[in-house]
Design a protein around this ligand. Structure first.
Ligand SMILES: Nc1ncnc2c1ncn2[C@@H]1O[C@H](COP(=O)(O)OP(=O)(O)OP(=O)(O)O)[C@@H](O)[C@H]1O
Length: 891
């Protein structure tokens, strides 16, 4: 069917929009009151202004919370509960256009829309016009468009613009490039004009006004440049359909004054419009481009004493130097690495240390009264999947308990002692284990006679040296210097969070030793403030040289994480940023305070309502069940901390939805095939452990980071379920009338009709996900239905019927084979994973596509990192580089 179709999508783009074109852009944009909105093209016959027998005439309506002004003063219909004075009310029953707060919407009409009758002079913009698109703008825009017929069809450039970048003159956006087009300069917004004169809708959805609404919806849903880009790319695809010669809009027509009746189409449009957020008069102008402070109002309860900023300190002011022995004087890391290398020779040194330190900290937290080093070794082996004999463990333990001295220790200690400093040591953690195996301390340092605090119940010395140590230290220092105060005792440590933070909080200056390659984290969240930073003990001595002049305080560092109240989980993981939000709480990026290793924290705060159960403990069980596959993030710890349920998981990279956006909306068949192989593998693994995922969607698959950047990971297992009864080993029985779970866009056909999900449903959902990644859109997206139930039913019908068949017809044949298999499976049937893998692998082999990490569209420079519209999380961008999949490239 041929359909005349013109539409305009208008969008305000705040200046510096690029700054919120980011992972957080969507969140920030939700607070902006300037939103993209739509000039609707409506057939006049739909609103009773034309007879069906007349040649069809269309008009663009602008729906706005503001009345038109200037020459078009009177050209509007008020929708909904207008005031008594309103003469023209477009009566809509039962009032779909009513705004929840009772304000009125106006449909701007168009008496002088057409070329010859456009207003002779530009209409002055009312002084108070700040951020609403009003009728005069609209007219100017229309004139600009109509003056240049054909330009759009000729132009194949991308159709987006804005932000601070200049806009190429030949783009068909209306973007302030000429003096005539001054609106953009003043208000910083951009019009997108998308015009498809005649095209064939038959292979798309049924022709209706919803095509435009769909664009609008997409824009409002994903308000960022990516939203625009997606909408525009969608429109561009439509535009690929053969275009008939351009026609101008139908002859001018005169408004008769007759109040129109509402046709069902308009009614439906009105329902959709009602769900849109259109700015109203008096809405506040958005505050610049500030990102909102992310409030942490449901997180674990923890607070930090922040250090005061220090003044310059003359070395002579320091009377006592107190060493934290671990890793400043004693070298504990080398023996740990040596010991672990015996157990897992192939692993990288740093990784071994990270695993050991993490296991040690968690073990100590959960079993504070049990000797921990042997237990830690056991945990390390379990974590690395290595089998060790008792004698191997014994050897490793022996090595770990024999730390040597750092090479420079003797010399440095002597030098400081010769300069007259009193040298003390903080008590050594776990002194009992070490007592017989330590080498003698360099001459001049005194240990406390009795390390009181190591036996403190639940002591947390792995992360925080307790406050009691510092009062004890002050007492010991006063034995030699009765008048000394805390500011004269320099604590030397390599542990920023283990020692520097509590020392600062207790009022002691700190010298932070950062040896090259040290394990301690480099991330500074502003909770400590070292007086000096040295690369080793020799450097420390040089900086404490009396003739050198006062030690200048380190300049304040620009803290990278100001937007969140800092909190720490298990005293070991410092949260730094929000990675995402889920239905039950937030997911935070965090790092281990002793190793700097990055992790993700999934946090759920119980509401306290008796009838509500928390889901994270359940999800933790599923993660435990699925341990052992590298394509599923490892659950490092789960439990209650600070009153919240917490999962500590491997940190992942960008999810497939974000990557699809990064790649401008669609992925190539090559990427889709390569992803399919990995995704099938993860799902097969879950099924092999008796688990159905029930929430297969692109957002729940993410690439790894670092060395695992080419691997797809399956996560978010909160909806997963055992399909095998663990007591009987039997498959669960089929059931009807189940509540639909998962995401309707991708869910299997069965889910829409209330059937219990089994393995086949995960695989059907995977098929839908792959089609979505390939096409960028599924036919049932954005359809209209009067209620959610009706919509779910309608989507189900589409999945079962012609729209799905048409989708397959325009997809590579592999998908037909794939769906033939998965839709042919019975409830209990085991899917033919090998067959499904073969379908995609054969295609890859035929095409000569390698399956390596470089096969994805986003790797290796195929996608320009700085294109607007990408949703690459900030952590993947720095300067003009982007690192996706671990392979960075410059523009
Ligand atoms: N391990 C992780 N590493 C990095 N980011 C993550 C991780 N886990 C979750 N995220 C981010 O947080 C978002 C939400 O996480 P998740 O899907 O687990 O939460 P949810 O509450 O189950 O969400 P939903 O309601 O969408 O199912 C994800 O889309 C992802 O961007």
């Amino acid at each position: 069917m041929s359909y005349d179709h013109s539409f305009v999508v208008a969008k305000f783009a705040p200046k510096k929009s690029a700054s919120w074109t980011s992972y957080y852009g969507v969140r920030a944009a939700a607070l902006l009151s300037t939103r993209p909105f739509l000039a609707l093209r409506m057939p006049l016959v739909h609103i009773g202004l034309q007879e069906p027998s007349d040649p069809p005439c269309y008009v663009l309506f602008l729906v706005s919370g503001r009345k038109p002004e200037g020459l078009n003063d009177n050209s509007y219909f008020a929708l909904g509960p207008a005031s008594d004075q309103e003469s023209k009310i477009l009566h809509v029953r039962p009032g779909p256009l009513l705004c929840p707060d009772g304000r009125t919407l106006y449909v701007h009409t168009f008496p002088k829309l057409f070329e010859d009758e456009l207003v002779p002079e530009p209409v002055p913009v009312a002084a108070e016009f700040s951020h609403h698109l009003d009728n005069s703008d609209f007219l100017t825009f229309c004139r600009s468009v109509l003056e240049q017929p054909g330009r759009i069809q000729a132009n194949t450039n991308a159709r987006y613009s804005g932000g601070e970048d200049s806009v190429p003159v030949d783009w068909d956006s209306w973007s302030g490039q000429s003096p005539r087009e001054g609106l953009n300069e003043r208000f910083g917004y951009v019009f997108e004009y998308l015009r498809a004169e005649t095209f064939d809708f038959s292979s798309l959805e049924s022709p209706s006004i919803y095509e435009e609404l769909l664009l609008y919806k997409q824009l409002t849903a994903e308000y960022s440049w990516s939203g625009v880009t997606e909408a525009v790319s969608w429109a561009c695809r439509i535009r690929k359909f053969p275009c008939a010669p351009q026609r101008t809009l139908a002859p001018p027509f005169t408004f008769t004054g007759k109040i129109p009746t509402v046709s069902s189409d308009l009614m439906a449009a009105a329902f959709l419009l009602n769900s849109m957020k259109i700015p109203f008069d008096g809405d506040p102008v958005p505050a610049a481009d500030e990102e909102p402070e992310i409030e942490w109002d449901d997180g674990p309860d923890s607070s930090f004493p922040f250090p005061r900023h220090k003044a310059a300190t003359p070395p002579s002011h320091i009377k006592v130097v107190a060493f934290d022995l671990l890793d400043t004087i004693f070298d504990r890391n080398t023996p740990i690495v040596d010991a672990l290398r015996l157990l897992a020779p192939s692993l990288d040194k740093r990784r071994l240390l990270e695993v050991f330190v993490e296991c040690e900290g968690l073990r100590h937290r959960d079993h504070p009264h049990v000797p921990h080093i042997r237990g830690t070794l056991g945990d390390v082996c379990a974590r690395l999947g290595v089998d060790c004999s008792n004698s191997m463990l014994g050897d490793a333990l022996h090595a770990i308990l024999r730390p040597g001295l750092h090479a420079e220790a003797e010399e440095a200690v002597k030098m400081l002692s010769d300069r007259g400093y009193t040298l003390l040591a903080l008590p050594l953690p776990d002194a009992d284990s070490f007592s017989s195996s330590l080498p003698p301390l360099p001459c001049g340092i005194t240990l406390p006679a009795e390390p009181l605090w190591t036996n403190t119940s639940g002591s947390r010395w792995f992360t925080q040296t307790p406050h009691i140590v510092f009062s004890e230290l002050l007492e010991r220092a006063r034995e030699k210097h009765p008048d000394v105060d805390g500011s004269q005792i320099l604590v030397v440590t390599s542990g920023p969070y283990r020692v520097a933070e509590p020392a600062n909080a207790a009022g002691f200056p700190v010298a932070l030793i950062r040896r090259p390659g040290s394990l301690e984290p480099q991330v500074d969240v502003g909770t400590y403030d070292p007086t000096l930073v040295a690369t080793g003990l020799r450097d420390l001595c040089a900086q404490l040289e009396p003739t050198r002049g006062p030690i200048q305080p380190t300049p304040p560092v620009k803290r990278p994480f100001p937007r969140m109240r800092p909190f720490r989980v298990c005293d070991l993981y410092q949260a730094t940023r929000v990675l995402g939000s889920g239905s039950f709480g937030n997911i935070y990026g965090a790092f281990h305070v002793l190793t700097g290793e990055e992790v993700a924290l999934k946090v759920e705060m119980p509401t306290g309502k008796p009838d509500e159960t928390c889901v994270l403990p359940y999800e933790a069980q599923v993660y435990r069940l699925l341990r052992g596959h590298t394509g599923i993030p490892f659950l490092r710890w789960s439990g209650m901390d600070g009153g919240a349920h917490v999962l500590i998981l491997d940190k992942l990279g960008v999810n497939l939805q974000q990557l699809r956006r990064l790649c401008r909306g669609t992925l190539s068949l090559r990427s889709v095939c390569a992803l399919a192989l990995q995704m099938l593998d993860r799902i097969e693994f879950a099924h092999s452990r008796g688990v159905v995922i029930r929430d297969i969607k692109p957002e729940n698959f993410a690439m790894g980071v670092g060395a695992r950047a080419g691997a797809v990971h399956l996560f978010d297992l909160g909806l997963a379920k055992l399909f095998v009864d663990p007591r009987t080993g039997q498959h669960i029985p089929p059931r009807e009338g189940r509540v639909g779970l998962g995401t309707p866009r991708y869910a299997s056909y069965n889910v829409h009709f209330g059937r219990e999900q089994s393995r086949r449903d995960d695989l059907e959902a995977l098929g839908n996900v792959l089609l979505f990644l390939l096409h960028g859109r599924l036919p049932w997206q954005g359809i209209y239905a009067p209620s959610i139930e009706a919509k779910l039913l309608r989507i189900g019908e589409m999945k079962a019927g012609a729209p799905f068949r048409e989708l397959l017809a325009r997809s590579p044949p592999e998908f037909t084979r794939y769906f033939e298999h998965v839709r042919g499976l019975g409830f209990e049937d085991k899917p033919g994973y090998t067959l499904l893998v073969r379908i995609f692998r054969e295609r890859m082999e035929r095409e000569g596509w390698a399956e390596d990490g470089g096969c994805f569209d986003w790797v290796g420079g195929a996608v320009s990192p700085n294109l607007k519209g990408t949703l690459v999380p900030d952590e993947y961008k720095w300067g003009r580089r982007v690192h996706v999949g671990g392979l960075g490239h410059s523009r």
